[in-house]
Design a protein around this ligand. Structure first.
Ligand SMILES: [Zn+2]
Length: 469
């Protein structure tokens, strides 16, 4: 008779979230994310997946980011036939994310095979999964709305609460009962969001738990307030328009892009910026935006007030344009007037954003606006650090455009915000906190911080190590 926790990903690092709760031998997997980072290392870890997928009893998905849902198709491919529990919005967004990954893998395989053939090398790399596997995984979803408790098997009951991270994101509270009748409540935060994010609600308080598995991405950092983002955005747009320039925003397709669209809609309505064209130039962002549109059950009160009550769509207004075809995208570069172009990918490493940068980076009238994390050794990081010259597609370009930054967009709680959310828990009942999803420095900073706040026991989760609950 036992209840045990261990992690097969996002332990001592931020990607590959996979946490396993074992109750008398029955295993429930919370998230099945992809590892990201150096190609060969990530590939090897992703192929390892989890042991015996076919014998898992259930899977819960907290949200649709790739590092949380990305390996579900591989799980289905390797024989998992059980349910995947998630909110309806998470299911829909995860579909877009997983399909996108299958398409990228197929393209990579084709490209690499051609390169190898040219050099006369042997080539046997195969994608981890394909579109068929994504379809299989999509068929296994069982959607659960927020705060609808649901038994998911012998001795397991889940309830999902809004995590305030991205559309549909959830904190999972699990009640686990072993054969002796002992019951424990465990909270899995998934990625914990922040207050005052546009569109979505704030992270929700949850009923008492005995154990908490919490993320610590920003265990050692504090953010700018999310409420200031809109004013900063208006200022940057106005000064660029005055110069007759364009605003280029590298952005990931999910959440950040829709937040930006929402802010531009508000700013245009309130006449805080002139009515200039706002272009969303990324096929995946366009798909994701249509999913945002059909999930008003995830909107916060402000969004309801501003749009839904007036029968308006927060993600559609006169100055907003979507370019889905490559021709459309190229045509943007012939247009002379000031405009905003939002395009992927968020770190400028691939995709259409690179073409826009090649066109606009050397003209001092333009602004490149950084709204997200730029990892080391990416083009985005080199722009952020204002290197005088950057290389794109093999050619060098002078960086003459203004580089502006807004840090208030982060979707993860910093340590103060995490603590503020934790104080809504019954801290007397809380026996132990498990820290996951953080680099080593932020995990240890978060541990010290929580112990300082009087939390009794804080464990930094180690990959594969078993913890008795
Ligand atoms: Zn996330």
């Amino acid at each position: 008779m036992s209840i045990r926790l261990h992690s097969e990903g996002a332990a001592g690092e931020v990607t590959g979230s996979k946490h396993v709760l074992t109750i008398d031998g029955a295993r429930c997997l919370i998230d099945c994310g992809a590892f990201q980072g150096k190609r060969e290392v990530a590939e090897e870890k992703n192929r390892a997946l989890v042991p015996d997928p076919e014998s898992l009893s259930s899977v819960v998905l907290t949200h649709a980011h790739f590092d949380h849902c990305g390996m579900l198709p591989l799980l289905a491919k390797r024989g998992y036939r059980g349910n995947i529990y998630a909110t309806p919005a998470t299911r829909d967004l995860a579909g877009v994310v997983m399909m996108d990954s299958a398409a990228i893998q197929a393209r990579d395989a084709e490209y690499l095979a051609k390169q190898a053939a040219k050099k006369g090398q042997k080539f046997d790399w195969k994608p981890l999964y394909d579109e068929e596997d994504v379809v299989k995984a999509m068929g296994q979803f069982v959607t659960v709305s927020y705060e609808r408790p649901l038994p998911i098997g012998d001795g397991m009951r889940i309830e999902l609460f809004d995590a305030g991270h991205i559309l549909g994101s959830a904190i999972c509270r699990m009640l686990a009962r072993d054969r002796s009748g002992r019951e424990v409540a465990i909270g899995f935060t998934g990625d914990l969001g922040r207050k005052n994010k546009p569109i979505i609600r704030d992270p929700s308080p949850i009923p008492p738990v005995d154990y908490l598995v919490i993320e610590a991405t920003y265990g050692d950092r504090l953010h700018e307030s999310a409420a200031d983002a809109m004013d900063m955005l208006a200022e940057i747009v106005n000064r660029t328009v005055k110069r007759g320039g364009k605003i280029i925003i590298p952005s990931f397709a999910i959440e950040r892009t829709q937040e930006l669209v929402y802010y531009f809609h508000m700013l245009t309505d309130q006449k805080k910026i002139p009515e200039i064209p706002i272009w969303v130039d990324s096929p995946m962002a366009i798909n994701a935006t249509s999913i945002f549109q059909i999930h008003p059950e995830c909107y916060d009160e402000e969004t309801h007030q501003a749009f839904v009550r007036h029968h308006e769509n927060p993600f559609g207004f006169n100055s907003l344009h979507f370019s889905s075809s490559v021709q459309d995208s190229k045509r943007l570069n012939d247009m002379r007037e000031p405009m905003v172009i939002i395009s992927a990918d968020g770190m400028c490493e691939a995709g259409r954003i690179q073409h826009h940068l090649m066109h606009y980076i050397s003209d001092q009238r333009n602004t490149i606006l950084i709204v997200g994390y730029m990892a080391a050794n990416t083009l985005g990081r080199r722009i952020k650090e204002r290197e005088p010259e950057v290389r794109i597609h093999g050619d060098f370009f002078r960086l003459n455009a203004e580089v502006a930054e807004i840090n208030a967009f982060s979707a993860h709680a910093d340590y103060e915000e995490s603590w503020e959310w934790m104080t809504t828990l019954d801290l007397e009942r809380l026996k132990k906190v498990f820290l996951v999803h953080g680099e080593p420095e932020s995990l240890s900073a978060m541990r010290t911080f929580l112990l300082g706040k009087g939390v009794k026991d804080v464990q930094i989760v180690k990959y594969g190590e078993r913890y008795e609950l």
